[in-house]
Write a new protein. Structure first.
Length: 456
């Protein structure tokens, strides 16, 4: 296959990440304080010891899906991640539609949401009016865009430091529950729990939607495949290792909130970590959690800029009309123009969001169906790529093939249908934005064909 892209090695990603550093980065892509928002919904739907079981189930199922991504990332390393796999399997239009969904729905929407979340928590410590609130959110995005434009190491080192701070914050939540337990202040329902009825299918579906949201991001780690050292097996340790660590962290964190607040208290709390640390440490504990949530929001925006810019770069380099965005800055080691595009669009969403209330649940509704639609496509892509490129080197292969990809494809299909019927109207808005992307891609194809050799 020929390829008419620029071949200057200075203008392409380099393998500069050690496995340990890449694992920390991947953990930062997945681990955010949105689990503090999902835990009450899970507790409301899943009672008793089933609560723990659902978090374990979500982690194990995520590992099954992640193994499929590990095989494709090691066989076809590329900064585009899923974009590269989907393009090779289904053709350029599907790949570009995926890139559009990441740009217009998943990544920039998430950046805007996290910026508003940071501003919300900052307002608890620094009073600000609505205009100041919006400016604060815009400044947060702008500052992180500037940071990622400095040098690839700046963005990655910052991400590692932020992940460490978030982890320390999670430790404080666990410490609060331990303190209450030592002092004998745990809720009676925790000391002597009552048996819970088996959850219904719908309750399990809603709980899994939110649990998978907390574990979500493992697919994004595939964008690091062209930058991780230690042969290409380093991606296995990076993705599976970060998920295993996250499952342990989430079990400890959710167990602490359940122990410290009780099932009923957790299910009806709007800020369970703040409530728990407030009980254990007073106002200082609440302030600490506000800071942790703020740091987590910054970490999430930073990692999303790192990931999203790489997907946008990979798609833009293959679309002549967007070629000016698809350039890699060899000196700084970043797709600089793609970073600016991601940040700029996210700031537009921040401004738009200032005119309409858009809460956490609304964004879950908006993003979830599109997310699961492309997870389904990725599971199918593995089977297509096995047939299409039988001779490709595969340092890591999906175990129990084809059981794993087929099983997770069915899970993803169920989650997709469930999200459309069990979530709110925001799911339809997400589908509408995706449809707009399909129309734009069709028009671009007519006006000026793409030049994606890998899709031929």
């Amino acid at each position: 296959m020929s390829d008419d892209r620029a071949t200057d090695p200075a203008d392409a990603p380099r393998r500069h990440l050690g496995v340990a550093h890449a694992t920390i980065l991947a953990l930062g892509m997945i681990m955010t304080t949105d689990t503090l928002k999902t835990a009450p919904t899970v507790a409301l739907n899943i009672g008793g010891w089933h609560f723990y079981g659902m978090w374990v189930l979500g982690g194990l199922l995520s590992m099954i899906g992640a193994m499929v991504y590990v095989e494709m990332a090691t066989a076809f390393p590329d900064p585009g991640g899923d974009y590269n796999f989907l393009t090779k399997a289904y053709g350029r239009e599907v790949g570009l539609l995926f890139a559009w969904s990441r740009f217009s729905i998943m990544h920039t929407g998430w950046i805007a949401l996290m910026a508003f979340m940071f501003a919300d928590y900052a307002a608890a410590l620094i009073p600000m009016n609505p205009f100041g609130h919006t400016l604060f959110a815009l400044a947060t995005v702008g500052a992180l865009v500037g940071l990622n434009l400095m040098h690839v190491k700046t963005g990655f080192i910052t991400q590692a430091a932020l992940v460490g701070l978030v982890a320390l914050g999670f430790v404080s939540v666990v410490a609060a529950a331990v303190k209450l337990g030592v002092e004998g202040h745990l809720p009676a329902a925790v000391v002597a729990p009552t048996p819970a009825a088996l959850p219904t299918v719908k309750q399990m579906s809603v709980a899994l939607i939110y649990i998978f949201l907390a574990y979500g991001g493992w697919s994004d780690a595939a964008t690091l495949s062209a930058e991780v050292r230690s042969d290409r097996r380093g991606m296995f340790v990076t993705i599976i290792g970060s998920l295993a660590a996250l499952m342990v962290i989430y079990l400890a964190l959710n167990g602490a909130m359940l122990a410290g607040l009780g099932l009923n208290g957790l299910a009806h709390s709007t800020a369970p970590a703040a409530d728990l640390t407030g009980r254990a440490f007073g106002d200082a504990g609440k302030t600490l959690i506000v800071l942790v949530v703020g740091v987590s929001a910054i970490a999430s925006i930073n990692s999303t800029l790192i990931i999203g810019a790489r997907t946008t770069y990979a798609a833009a380099r293959d679309l002549p009309v967007l070629a000016f965005i698809g350039r890699w800055d060899g000196k700084r080691g970043v797709p600089a123009r793609a970073v600016l595009a991601e940040g700029g669009f996210a700031m537009i969403l921040v401004i738009a969001g200032a005119f309409a209330a858009s809460g956490f649940s609304a964004m879950v509704d908006y993003m979830t169906p599109v997310y699961w639609l492309f997870i389904m496509a990725s599971m199918g892509a593995l089977m297509i790529l096995r047939r299409r490129f039988p001779g490709a080197a595969r340092p890591v292969k999906t175990p129990l093939y084809p059981l794993f990809p087929v099983s997770f494809l069915l899970i993803a299909a169920y989650m997709f249908v469930s999200s459309l019927f069990d979530l709110g109207v925001g799911a339809l808005y997400g589908a509408g934005v995706l449809a707009i992307g399909a129309v734009l891609i069709a028009v671009a194809r007519v006006l000026r064909p793409t030049r994606l050799a890998a899709a031929e």
